[in-house]
Design a protein around this ligand. Structure first.
Ligand SMILES: Cc1ncc(C[n+]2csc(CCOP(=O)(O)OP(=O)(O)O)c2C)c(N)n1
Ligand SMILES: [Mg+2]
Length: 282
C-alpha cells in the first residue's frame, strides 16, 4: 500500500463554512498523497491564481507560486521549463481561467506541456463578491449587471476539445470525484484540463447541478472518440439549468500526443537526468 503523507499546513482556512472548495482540497490531498510513495514532496509544485480558489495554495504544504490573477498557466510552464521533472499542478477560478487568463488556456492546450490544471468553476468572481464570469448564465443579476447578464456563456469543454487538448474532464466538487479524475490525469502525459463544478454558496448557489449530473464513464462513453466527446460537451451549454438539462461529468476526451517537454531536446535531456530541485545549480 502506498504511504499517505501529510500535506496540510498550519493555516486556518478562510473559506465560508461548507464551501465546496473544502472538497477540492480534500480530493487533491488524497490524490497527491497516494502518488507520493516515498513522501517526496519536493517532486511536486503548485501554482494558483487570485480568488477564493487560490487560497488552496495556503492549505497545501507544497512548493509553488501564488501568482497573479489569470497567470497560473504561464507560471506552471515556467516551473516545468525550469525543472521538467517536477509534477506541476495549476489551480484557477473560472474568472482566472476563462476571463483574465483565457489566452493562456488556449495556448496551454496547444503547447501540451505536462501540467495538470484544475479550474474551480463557481460561475462567479467570488472573492470580489459576485460579478458574472464568462460561464455565468444569461439573466444572472448583480450590482454590476442590474438588468441581468445578456451574453451567451462560454463552453470551456468545447473550447478545450476544439484545441485538441489531450485530456478534457469535468467533475463535481466532491472529494471522491476529484481524487479519481486526478489519478487518471497524473497517468496522462501532457496537459490535462479538469473543470470542477463548485457552486458558490453565497454568490451563486447553483445547487440544481447535483440533480442534473450523470457520469460519462458509467454510461460507456468512448473517451478516445473526439466527435462523441463534442456531442457530450454540447449537452450542457452553461446557460440556465432547466427541467431538461443534463450535465455529463467524467473524462470527455483523452488522447496522448507529443508533449512540449519531449519536443525540446534541452528539456528532454534535463528530464533524463532525473534531478530534483535541490540539484539544479543556479
Ligand atoms: C489583474 C487583476 N484583475 C482583477 C483583480 C481583482 N480580483 C481579485 S479576485 C477576483 C475574482 C476571482 O474570480 P475567480 O477567478 O472566478 O475565483 P473565485 O474567487 O471565484 O474562486 C478578481 C476579479 C485582480 N486581483 N487582478
Ligand atoms: Mg469563480
Amino acid at each position: 500500500m502506498k504511504k499517505q503523507i501529510e500535506l496540510g499546513t498550519s493555516k486556518t482556512p478562510t473559506w465560508c463554512p461548507g464551501c465546496f472548495n473544502f472538497q477540492v482540497l480534500a480530493g487533491v490531498k488524497n490524490a497527491i498523497s497516494s502518488e507520493i510513495a516515498g513522501g517526496k514532496k519536493e517532486d511536486w509544485a503548485i501554482a494558483s491564481g487570485i480568488g477564493c480558489h487560490a487560497k488552496i495554495f495556503d492549505y497545501l504544504n507544497l512548493n509553488g507560486i501564488n501568482t497573479l490573477h489569470g497567470r497560473v498557466l504561464p507560471t506552471c510552464m515556467g516551473i516545468k521549463i525550469g525543472n521538467p521533472n517536477l509534477n506541476v499542478i495549476g489551480f484557477s477560478g473560472d474568472g482566472d481561467a476563462y476571463a483574465e487568463g483565457i489566452e493562456h488556456l488556449i495556448h496551454a492546450a496547444r503547447y501540451n506541456s505536462d501540467i495538470k490544471y484544475i479550474v474551480h468553476n463557481n460561475r462567479i468572481f467570488a472573492l470580489t463578491v459576485g460579478q458574472p464570469t464568462p460561464t455565468t448564465e444569461i439573466g444572472f443579476r448583480d450590482k454590476t449587471n442590474p438588468s441581468g447578464v445578456k451574453l451567451y456563456p462560454l463552453n470551456p469543454i468545447k473550447l478545450m476539445l476544439s484545441l485538441n487538448c489531450g485530456f478534457v474532464a469535468r467533475v463535481f466538487a466532491d472529494v471522491n470525484q476529484i481524487e479519481e479524475v486526478l489519478e487518471e490525469a497524473f497517468k496522462h502525459k501532457g496537459f490535462a484540463f479538469i473543470e470542477v463544478l463548485q457552486p458558490c454558496l453565497i454568490f451563486h448557489p447553483d445547487l440544481k447541478f447535483k440533480e442534473k449530473i450523470y457520469n460519462l464513464q458509467e454510461k460507456g462513453h468512448n473517451k478516445t472518440n473526439w466527435e462523441e466527446a463534442m456531442k457530450k460537451a454540447d449537452e450542457f451549454d452553461y446557460n440556465i439549468i432547466g427541467e431538461k438539462t443534463k450535465i455529463p461529468l467524467g473524462i470527455f476526451y483523452q488522447k496522448e500526443r507529443e508533449t512540449f517537454e519531449n519536443l525540446h531536446p534541452q528539456l528532454a535531456e534535463l528530464k533524463n537526468k532525473k534531478i530534483g530541485w535541490r540539484d539544479i545549480k543556479r
